[in-house]
Write a protein that binds this ligand. Sequence first.
Ligand code: CA
Length: 271
Amino acid sequence: MISLRRLSSSALVLLAALAASSGCAAPSSAEPAGVVHFGYEVVAAHPHDALAFTQGLAFHDGFLYEGTGLTGRSSLRRVELETGAVAASVPLPDDWFGEGIAVCGDRIVQLTWRNGVFRVYDRRDLRVLCDFAYDGEGWGATYDGERLIVSDGTSTLRFLDPETFAARGSVQVHEGGAAVEGLNELEFINGRVYANVWPTERIVIIDPANGHITGWVDCSGLLASRPVTGAVDVLNGIAWDKDKERLFVTGKLWPWLFEVRLVPNVSPPTP
Ligand SMILES: [Ca+2]
């Protein structure tokens, strides 16, 4: 069994109570009780590098940190929130395909898709500290304060020691007995793991203690709310400013990065 710190779920309990009192649509019978369906409100839209194939996103001390993908174009960046300007950028080797990132204290860990390497940086100057070999694909990453949490495109979240990368357990993410595949970019927020579900416009909210789903966020229509020229790819990238409790989302090649506020108790999308 996996041992971890369980944080308060009082917010979700409150949201469920609000749902019951407001007459909003009840969850379908196919999912467990208590699953909250969120929509969103756009708080702000900030410029984002439309050439950045966003694979990892985090927020720390006033800056966004972004990992980009595609061979020959992969990088780790420090990005100014308001302007989208790239304040610092370090390229990955040309044949590496960058994936998720996690800020672990003074270090940043960046995954690669199929290169079998985690790269570790000094967060302060983005200097490469070391590389770690691992088996399998790397997709998303986040940090819960104790463990690195990674996804690999399946329904499994793996927990690793953030310094040695030793395995510290895993959970399968499921809803009503059905595995939720395609877990991609991750963000740890108030005891839950938020995960982009590739290749959809939905974010799933996961209890990392048991893999149960506690909510869904439907981000459909988000990018369409702003002018877009050029090719774009899917929603990917979630970052949480824990000091100001701001939630940021973007996508691969999106020209915008959005601050959003989640709105509970929307009806789930029709399958
Ligand atoms: Ca993230």
